[in-house]
Design a protein around this ligand. Structure first.
Ligand code: F6R
Length: 634
């Protein structure tokens, strides 16, 4: 899971590559590098300059300022280490032994060991521990063979070599290749990893994600799975896996993709937490317009046939998206009476349950690129397609913030959460967007299944309309409160989060947020589970953060909190103000709303507290160690 950028045009490539990489740094940031091809006047062959630096992109930027990297064609990479430590020799681009071929890759070459072994036996020397380095060596070998066949040295020859090498590679990857002998050609390829081509004026830029194209062009050509492209200053030649030339019209980037700016906020994460009222407002405007009825309480982008005959739902997701899926499952089961199971996508791939008929499979992924989620969905699609009984047919929905992502090209139906680009690695507003998507589905299914009285359905729709205003108050008031409370956590090493029912996944999400950005160990539990073991952990050094919302389990959660208090734990409540919630040592108050919509609000104090604890510790909130925004490896 890394970011790649490649450019070809009539301007110096290095500054453009650096700017593109800056926009992709969220994908990985342990080292970075670029290679450019420079041609001297009158020469047909060029020279490759390769610059690589360990650590954040700023180190590469300094290196380029100092040493330069000339040329109008180039490739760049920001790395999240998989094979080999984050060291300069493992940073991309990787080159063949002659230094004339340079490659950047995002993904994993699963058969790299066997390929390396065979190259080593032919006398090739490797400089890195990466899986990627086999690629330039293999391309070099293929180019020699093509030259031996008497072919003309040009971009087409490089394309052919890359095609031949790709057929030897197993795994999911996107790559970009330059060759000194064809200084006006750039070859890119993608297989199950994202790659988008941007069409500028007299230049092309390819990148793993659209923010890298922001400020440059709005005209894009997302590459399909298995495609290759040869880019020259004159144009694009696009080919499918079978080598057939493809003709496709470019599309336009949506406005959101253009905005990658922290505004007055110290971190993207804080900005994105503050954008949540807007996320909810847009959602309400889009999905709860005036004039809806109990029969049709929500406007979703699906035909009636989408709902027909669905008897159960299974949801596949990872991380935060899985927590949203858990709230979704609660809503679908408890509100819409639709049996629903949630799976870790990474587990589902290798231990899927027996097939059940009339099932909707939902993949939830904000990036739309998470390898485990995509692979689990694909596997489910394949095993259902192999079934002869139409009741077992594959019916899939993807919930994502990136409608142009790989997910969208893979599943039949997409629910675009429309939260706008999220740069902070820790998901916040996209989590809210995912939750809202599930509220929409729960309303739609409840109406069709008559699982709730019409007035209950309409009441939930009305409650949802108030969410933007509640959120506005919450972000305003809790920012300072969370900053103040964060001081209590200066020496904290472990935190327990408790929730129950619809708010149990929010406790899990609170713990994940804290772990991710502050590196404090945190666990989320259903409050009733505490006494079955975790209570042994409690002492005055272990704060307990408990979500207590009036409703089905309010008193139970308060009793569980009392149990923690009796063990001298410091108790922080996320609950409405009132006599019952005086049990807490500190309260992060949330409005006294109907329990159904409470997760949309209880998550905000969690996010702000995690943020301020990490910020107070001086940590890199937007780019926490070892993480990346888009996990495109298994
Ligand atoms: C947490 C976080 C991760 C992601 C997970 C899945 O803040 O961001 O846990 O939720 O990697 O990512 P997506 O939603 O892109 O599939």
């Amino acid at each position: 899971m890394c970011g790649i950028v490649a450019v070809i045009g009539s301007r110096e490539a290095a500054p453009l590559l650096l700017e593109g990489l800056r926009q992709l740094e969220y994908r990985g940031y342990d080292s970075a590098g670029l290679a450019t091809v420079h041609t001297d006047e009158g020469q047909s062959s060029g020279l490759i300059t390769c610059r690589r630096a360990k650590g954040k992109l700023v180190n590469l930027s300094r290196l380029i300022d100092e040493k330069g990297s000339p040329g109008y064609v180039g490739i760049g990479h920001t790395r999240w280490a998989t094979h080999g430590k984050p060291e300069i020799h493992n940073a991309h681009p990787h080159r063949d032994s002659s230094g004339e071929i340079a490659v950047v890759q995002n993904g994993i070459i699963e058969n790299h060991r066997a390929l390396r072994h065979s190259l080593v036996s032919e006398g090739v020397k490797f400089d890195s521990q990466t899986d990627t380095e086999v690629i330039p060596h293999l391309i070099s070998r293929e180019l020699e063979l093509l030259k031996g066949e008497g072919q003309e040295i040009n971009g087409t020859m490089l394309l052919q070599a890359v095609q031949r090498v790709s057929s030897q590679l197993k795994g999911a990857f996107a790559l970009a290749v330059v060759w000194a002998e064809t200084p006006d050609a750039l070859v890119v390829a993608r297989r199950q990893a994202p790659l988008v081509i941007g069409l500028g004026e007299g230049e092309f830029i390819c990148a793993s994600d659209t923010p890298a194209l922001a400020g440059w062009t709005r005209t894009i050509l997302p590459m399909e799975d298995g495609e290759f492209a040869l880019l020259t200053p004159l144009g694009i030649e696009l080919y499918n896996e079978e080598g057939e030339r493809q003709q496709r019209s470019p599309s336009l980037l949506s406005g959101f993709d253009q905005v990658v700016d922290k505004r007055q906020f110290r971190h993207f994460m804080l900005k994105e937490i503050h954008e949540q009222p807007e996320t909810a407002e847009l959602w309400v405007a889009r999905h709860l317009p005036r004039g809806l009825s109990a029969d049709s309480p929500v406007a979703l982008p699906f035909e009636e046939s989408f709902y027909e005959g669905i008897e159960r739902v299974q949801i596949l997701a990872c991380g935060t998206s899985r927590h949203a899926a858990m709230v979704g499952a609660y809503l679908l089961e408890q509100f819409a009476d639709l049996p629903t199971s949630v799976f870790y996508a990474s587990e589902f791939r290798y231990a899927a349950p027996p097939l059940a008929p009339n099932t909707l499979t939902i993949g939830v992924t904000q990036s739309g690129e998470t390898a485990d989620t995509l692979a689990a969905l694909l596997m489910e699609d394949e095993r259902r397609s192999a079934h002869s009984d139409p009741a077992f047919a594959s019916r899939q929905l993807g919930i994502t913030n990136r409608p142009e992502s790989s997910l969208s090209r893979q599943v039949q139906n997409i629910f675009d959460i429309g939260a706008g680009i999220e740069i902070g690695v820790a998901a916040t507003k996209t989590f809210l967007g995912q939750l809202l998507a599930f509220y929409g589905l729960a309303l739609a299914f409840a109406a069709r299944r008559s699982s709730r009285k019409p007035e209950e359905i309409l009441r939930l729709a009305e409650e949802l309309k108030s969410v933007p205003n509640y959120l506005r108050d919450l972000v305003k008031h809790h920012d300072q409160l969370a900053e103040h409370l964060a001081h209590r956590f200066s020496d904290t090493q472990d935190v327990i989060f408790l929730g129950r029912g619809i708010n149990f996944p929010i406790a899990l999400e609170g713990a994940l947020k804290l772990k991710e950005i502050s590196y404090i160990h945190a666990e989320g539990y259903p409050a009733g589970e505490m006494k079955h073991g975790p209570i042994a952990l409690l002492d005055p050094r272990v704060p307990v953060i408990s979500i207590a919302v009036p409703g089905v389990v309010f008193e139970k959660v308060l009793s569980n909190a009392q149990e923690a208090k009796a063990r001298d734990a410091q108790l922080i409540g996320i609950a409405p103000k009132g006599p019952e919630t005086e049990v807490f040592d500190a309260l992060m108050p949330i409005p006294d709303v109907c329990e159904w919509i409470s997760p949309l609000l209880s998550v905000v104090p969690m996010q702000l507290l995690s943020y301020h604890i990490a910020a107070l510790r001086g940590l890199d909130v937007d780019q926490p160690r070892n993480l990346a925004k888009s996990v495109t490896v298994e």
